[in-house]
Design a protein around this ligand. Structure first.
Ligand SMILES: NC(=O)c1ccc[n+]([C@@H]2O[C@H](COP(=O)([O-])OP(=O)(O)OC[C@H]3O[C@@H](n4cnc5c(N)ncnc54)[C@H](OP(=O)(O)O)[C@@H]3O)[C@@H](O)[C@H]2O)c1
Length: 318
């Protein structure tokens, strides 16, 4: 079968399209004929092997050379112990281990996959899993009128976070490169900040919630931008900031009443179904970037690695 391959960590040049053996599902797995996949910031991290957590899938080189975590396709076969899916059913979801999806077939445990709603195309369904589930957790509990800042809002996950926050009635400030401002306004932001020009962390006492997809500031600095009782959620970013946030969170809470923490988003079929229902209702529109064919995967990764994408890059496989 045809598959995208990444034999080592590096720039988009390490991405190739190869013929590799088709996987054989274990007794508790299903074999999915992949029709479409989408790229996330985690695929960019898994490409370069940075931050450090991107090497959990292989310290020196990726153990599974096939990248790609978000897929939509058709069940081609089921293992002997699988009872909940049957061949021919349309499914989508995020793969355990965040790899293996950019191939004509992937064998995976079925627990993370959901049935694809018939009205969603395979590419639209593949755009939802990781970004949608992050957004669902990152916006949980928001109240109408609250001030929310989304840092790194112009990439794969940002449109979902902005869209869901708006759906809940928040007033959203979106931060990214200046040339992504139009995209940020299109997906629903009320205000945009170009990070090259302005440092939002200097806005003292302004935000009820900050969702940070690219954290690189000290938690001791960012909490000043929160209102009293405000919350700062680190979703992704530098390893040292993640560690510093874990350590600093409790003392900041005791001394200021503000919550500063790392948001751990579980891979969850229930969350996927919840956010997909919101997409189906039009509550949130996944910001779609470009659609590539499988053979064009190196170009898709080059766009992702350069940070030129605005929303989700999709790749059609079948
Ligand atoms: N917490 C969890 O459980 C969990 C689960 C899954 C994934 N994640 C993480 O969540 C993150 C997801 O992000 P994503 O998929 O949206 O990533 P993405 O597609 O890479 O988007 C990040 C955006 O941030 C921009 N950016 C870069 N530097 C910035 C700065 N200094 N200030 C503001 N914006 C900046 C990028 O633009 P340029 O590149 O042009 O600079 C890009 O538009 C990843 O780190 C991933 O590992 C977390």
């Amino acid at each position: 079968m045809k598959a995208v391959s990444q034999a080592r960590y590096g720039t988009a040049d390490v991405v190739t399209v190869e013929d590799i053996p088709e996987p054989v599902p274990a007794a508790d797995e299903i074999l999915v004929r992949v029709h479409a996949a989408s790229l996330n910031g985690s695929d960019r991290e898994n490409l370069v092997g940075r931050p450090f957590y991107a090497r959990l899938g292989g310290l020196r080189r990726p153990r599974n050379p096939v990248p790609g975590s978000d897929v939509a396709g058709v069940v081609a076969a089921v293992g002997s112990a699988v009872t909940e899916f049957a061949p021919g059913e349309e499914v989508f979801g995020e793969l355990a281990g965040y790899r293996g999806g950019l191939a004509e077939y992937v064998a995976t445990p079925p627990r993370l996959l959901a049935r694809k709603p018939p009205h969603l195309s395979f590419a639209d369904a593949a755009a939802i899993p990781q970004a949608g589930c992050i957004a669902l957790r990152a916006t949980r509990g928001l109240r109408p009128g609250e001030q929310v800042l989304v840092n790194g809002a112009g990439g794969a996950g940002g449109a979902f976070v902005v869209g869901l926050a708006k759906h809940l009635g928040a007033v959203v400030t979106a931060v990214d490169r200046a040339d992504k401002a139009d995209h940020l306004l299109r997906v629903g932001a009320d205000t945009t900040i170009a990070f090259e020009d302005e440092d939002w962390a200097g806005h003292r006492g302004r935000y009820d919630r900050v969702v940070d997809l690219v954290a690189h500031r000290s938690p001791h600095r960012v909490h000043a931008a929160l209102r009293s009782e405000g919350t700062y959620l680190v979703v992704g970013g530098h390893t040292r900031v993640l560690l510093a946030t874990l350590v600093a969170g409790p003392p900041i809470r005791w001394t200021t009443g503000k919550r500063v923490r790392v948001l751990v988003v579980p891979q969850s079929r229930a969350d996927l179904e919840t956010v997909t229902a919101l997409v189906a209702d039009g509550a949130v529109v996944p910001g779609a970037d470009r659609l590539y064919a499988l053979e064009e995967a190196p170009a898709a990764f080059a766009r992702l690695a350069a940070g030129d994408h605005r929303g989700k890059i999709a790749i059609t496989v079948a």
